[in-house]
Design a protein around this ligand. Sequence first.
Ligand code: ADP
Ligand code: DP6
Length: 331
Amino acid sequence: MSSGTARAYTNIALIKYWGKKDQALVLPMNNSLSLTLDAFYTETTVTFSDDFPADQFYLDEKLQDQKATAKISNFLDVLRDKHQVKQFATIKSQNFVPTAAGLASSASGLAALAGATSAALNLNLSSQELSRLARRGSGSASRSIYGGFAEWLQGTDDQTSYAVPIASDHWENELTMLFMIVDDQEKAVSSRDGMQRTVETSAFYQGWLDSVPHDLAKAKKAIHEKDFTALGEVTEASSLKMHGTTLAANPPFTYWSSESLRIMQFVQQLRAEGFACYSTMDAGPNVKILLERKNEEQLIATLKEKFPEKQLVVAHAGPGIEILTKEDVNP
Ligand code: ADP
Ligand code: DP6
């Protein structure tokens, strides 16, 4: 019997990943750039044993059905095939983040799974190897290996597609991301299905793709120069463009609800009044707001007054993946 445990934090993309050029290998159509956050994370333990007759996957202490377990088994097979491991595994994972609600549980979940599995098999992987492995489970997970800012380099094959940290002189610690929770229930269209449908059918997809290199360069320059306005502008632009592609998909869809729109419009109004804050959204109706940490208290008070019924979560830059020993694990 061998066992490993890891904790990984979610990340939110400032320049979005939206679409794959290879489904099986999870190779993206474009580079993406993210900020790892401290508020949401996953802890996962993987145990391999000769005694297990099949893989068993528990999420939040509930035994998962065949479909959810098959996804995990497929991921484990990547390592089992490579390292001639014949044993089945029991996977126990705890999400300290709502699952499948557009709050990036797939990023923390699959990064933690990659870390726990490699620890259980004593693989001693480098961060780059771990990022490549996490990518096979979920693209955005490749970025959760690192704390702070990370860029996922799309690459051309399994070997060349992985995330790298972006040097920032700790500027990320001066930023805040506020999560306005509109709905934390599971969404109707997963990011995996949503992006595939968009790549295959959206008339706007090529426009999105063509715009990414410029946005990415602007984001990296903004981080280098600690230029919050430039980073905020490009963050909001990348999100709006990504969500624009879904409207032109067939069948069309959107992750926005009327509440999401209300919040995004309020963010724009605040900016017009001189308050620097910018919105971003993922595959779900929740809105994230990027701002400078020094303005955090003021914005929280304003948002609580405007949207008293909404749950608000405050996040700051979070650490990279942590391989845990028994003593570290929450009881
Ligand atoms: P989200 O916005 O939460 O990332 P996605 O639809 O992108 O939503 O991904 C949700 C999927 O990620 C789940 O259906 C499940 O397959 C996977 N996932 C989430 N949490 C975990 C976890 N802790 N361990 C393994 N897989 C997970
Ligand atoms: C909108 O990484 O969840 O959050 O690779 O199919 O598992 P798969 O998709 P996933 O997609 C994330 C999409 C996004 C943007 C982003 O995180 O870059």
